[in-house]
Design a protein around this ligand. Structure first.
Ligand code: 4AZ
Length: 242
């Protein structure tokens, strides 16, 4: 029933698109996650051939939250969700085809907001889902953790098969608005350090930003990766899901 509520909540608000930024690496400046218990809800989105292209988070037995720009233009049946597998070279965990997905109505591109999608899996996954954060979670300075298999540097095309994570502080909305003209505090938030160095990057898109054990953000866009004064922009999940 949690998933029913989630579906209902997903809403009314479904539809949309995103503009990924370019960036640094698979999680730039992060560390390897080696304990599966730490992120049981982490999902990799891959092609049928096994190529990882985005992250996601289990939010119900059959539901994965990810970025709209990760799935927009793809056929659901061409997306494979992989759960319970930290090292993508292995065959561990479980996989499921995506039966369907919903976008927020009006989605066009990441930098226009609404960069969220909820995928319905053909097969349930036996892992603990990630609860959704409250709308009060987005205080400037609050620290969260972002997870992904993306690049480790903006121009790094070598991807690691190991899940990485990095801790980052939320940037106050006014500050992010001053950095990015397209920033919209209703649908996005920013996280990062003034000096850069730690960030999400290409192929981390769709992955979770977790605050106090709850899904607060989804990797969406930004200018480059880990550049000074160019924080990563995340979908403000509490605006869309509950
Ligand atoms: C991307 O291309 C991307 N530094 C994701 C996150 C960020 C930039 C680009 C944020 O998917």
């Amino acid at each position: 029933m949690g998933s029913m509520r989630l579906l209902a909540a997903v809403l009314a608000l479904l539809v949309s698109t995103v503009t990924p930024a370019h960036a640094d690496p698979r999680i730039v400046g992060g560390v390897v996650v080696d304990d599966a218990e730490e992120a049981p809800w982490m999902v990799a989105l891959t092609t049928p051939q096994g190529h990882q292209f985005c992250g996601g988070a289990l939010v119900g037995p059959h539901e994965v939250a990810t970025a709209a720009h990760c799935v927009h233009g793809r056929l659901p049946g061409s997306i494979v969700a992989v759960g319970g597998r930290l090292d993508l070279r292995t065959g561990g965990g479980s996989t499921s085809l995506v039966a369907a997905f919903r976008l927020v109505e009006g989605y066009t591109a990441p930098s226009s907001g609404k960069d969220i999608a909820v995928l319905t899996l053909s097969e349930p996954m036996p892992y603990r889902p990630l609860p959704i954060a409250a709308s009060t979670a987005y205080m400037g300075g609050s620290v969260g953790a972002v997870y992904g298999w993306g690049r480790q540097a903006e121009h790094d095309t070598n991807k690691s098969p190991l899940l990485h994570k990095a801790h980052l502080p939320i940037v106050p909305d006014e500050q992010c608005a001053a950095t990015y003209p397209q920033f919209d505090a209703g649908s996005m938030f920013c996280a990062g350090y003034p000096g850069g160095e730690i960030d999400a990057c290409t192929d981390d898109s769709g992955g979770p930003f977790v605050i106090d054990g709850r899904l607060a953000g989804i990797v969406s866009w930004g200018t480059g990766c880990a550049r000074p004064n160019m924080p990563g922009v995340y979908t403000r999940v509490a605006t869309y899901l509950r």
